[in-house]
Design a protein around this ligand. Structure first.
Ligand code: SF4
Ligand code: SF4
Length: 112
């Protein structure tokens, strides 16, 4: 179980990732230009708030079951360090394969 604060952060993150390219496209592009690394298929971003039913696990590696048709929010993840901090709530011991020059404030990991 996540705390109400953690759930609020994850919910807001989903809204933010959806709205940012629409409302602030230049900010979105600038943030994405700073992204380094690549996806290591840990699956954490597919478990924000809930485990996506389209997530497929094979021998500890995760893949999207609707690859090629997945939502923009999934394609864009992570946009900036705030997204990394959010996915770290799901999987704190395994790092996302993507990195950003600056770090966001960590979100407390205590659970109910
Ligand atoms: S959290 Fe990062 S490394 Fe893990 S599946 Fe998502 S984008 Fe890939
Ligand atoms: S649609 Fe695919 S990429 Fe998006 S959360 Fe679900 S499994 Fe992950």
């Amino acid at each position: 179980m996540y705390t109400p604060k953690q759930m609020a952060r994850m919910t807001w993150g989903k809204v933010r990732r959806f709205m940012m390219p629409i409302l602030t496209p230049k900010k979105f592009e600038a943030a994405m230009a700073k992204r380094g690394g690549s996806c290591t298929r840990c699956g954490a971003c597919c478990k924000l708030l809930y485990k996506c039913p389209m997530l497929v696990e094979t021998d500890g590696m995760y893949a999207c079951g609707i690859q090629g048709r997945k939502p923009g929010n999934c394609i864009r993840f992570p946009i900036d360090a705030r997204d990394i901090a959010e996915r770290d709530m799901v999987m704190p011991d395994v790092k996302c394969g993507y990195t950003f020059p600056e770090e966001a404030s960590p979100i407390p990991l205590s659970k109910n």
